[in-house]
Design a protein around this ligand. Structure first.
Ligand code: MG
Length: 203
C-alpha cells in the first residue's frame, strides 16, 4: 500500500504558506507506517515544536492502473473520507530552506490519519464535496472540492504517469486554507459533508 499526497492544491493555502501556485500537481509520498491504525492513540512527535494539522479529502484506490486517462480516472477510486496530513512545520521549513526532501517533516510514523470511509456515489463525483475540521469545537478549516487546483481525475491521471496505482493505495488530495498548530490535549474532529468521520486527541 502506498500513500500519495498532493501539496499546494488550493490556491489560498499555497499563498498562506508563501508558496507559488503550482502549474502541475505537487506530489509526495508517505510510507505505509505513516498510517495511524484505528484505535491507536496519536502522540505529538518528539522531534517537533510546531505540529500542524492539514485536513484533506482522501481517496482510496479500487483498481490497479498505470497511464490512466483523466476520463477513466473516476473508476479508480470507490471510497472517500476526510483525513489529516500531519506536518512538523518547523522541520519542513528547515528542509525547504536547504532544498532538502520533506520526508522527515511529513512521512513519519502515524502522520497520516484517515476517517471512516464513505462509498463513492455518482452524485459525489458530479457535485462539489464539502468537508471541514474543528479544533476544540471551533471550525478551523472548511474546504470545497471544487476549489482544488487539480481535481481528483487529474491527480489520479498525473500520479499514474509516474507510479502504478494499486488497490488500497491512498491519495491525500491537499488542504484548504486554515492550517494551524495543534498542541497536546487538542481534540480534532473531521467532517465529510455534515457527518463526523473522525475524532482525534493529540496525546
Ligand atoms: Mg497536505
Amino acid at each position: 500500500m502506498k500513500i500519495f499526497c498532493v501539496g499546494r492544491n488550493y490556491v489560498d493555502h499555497a499563498k498562506e504558506l508563501g508558496n507559488d501556485v503550482p502549474t502541475e500537481p505537487v506530489i509526495f509520498m508517505k510510507p505505509k507506517s505513516a498510517l495511524l491504525q484505528s484505535h491507536t492513540p496519536f502522540y505529538y512527535p518528539e522531534f517537533s515544536n510546531e505540529l500542524h494539522y492539514e485536513a484533506e479529502l482522501v481517496l482510496r484506490i479500487c483498481k490497479n492502473g498505470k497511464y490512466i486517462p483523466q476520463r477513466q480516472a473516476s473508476k479508480y477510486y470507490n471510497a472517500i473520507t476526510v483525513g489529516i496530513d500531519f506536518t512538523a512545520r518547523d522541520v519542513q521549513q528547515e528542509l525547504k530552506k536547504k532544498g532538502l526532501p520533506w520526508e522527515k517533516a511529513k512521512a513519519w510514523d502515524n502522520s497520516a490519519v484517515v476517517g471512516q470511509w464513505k462509498d463513492v456515489t455518482a452524485d459525489m463525483q458530479k457535485k462539489p464535496i464539502n468537508f471541514s475540521m474543528k479544533s476544540n469545537g471551533e471550525y478551523v478549516q472548511k474546504g470545497l472540492s471544487s476549489d482544488m487546483l487539480f481535481p481528483f481525475d487529474e491527480i489520479i491521471s498525473h500520479i499514474s504517469n509516474y507510479f502504478s496505482l494499486n488497490i488500497g493505495d491512498l491519495i491525500f488530495t491537499g488542504t484548504p486554507p486554515g492550517v494551524g498548530e495543534c498542541v497536546v490535549g487538542d481534540i480534532l474532529e473531521g467532517f465529510f459533508e455534515q457527518e463526523k468521520v473522525f475524532e482525534l486527541e493529540i496525546k
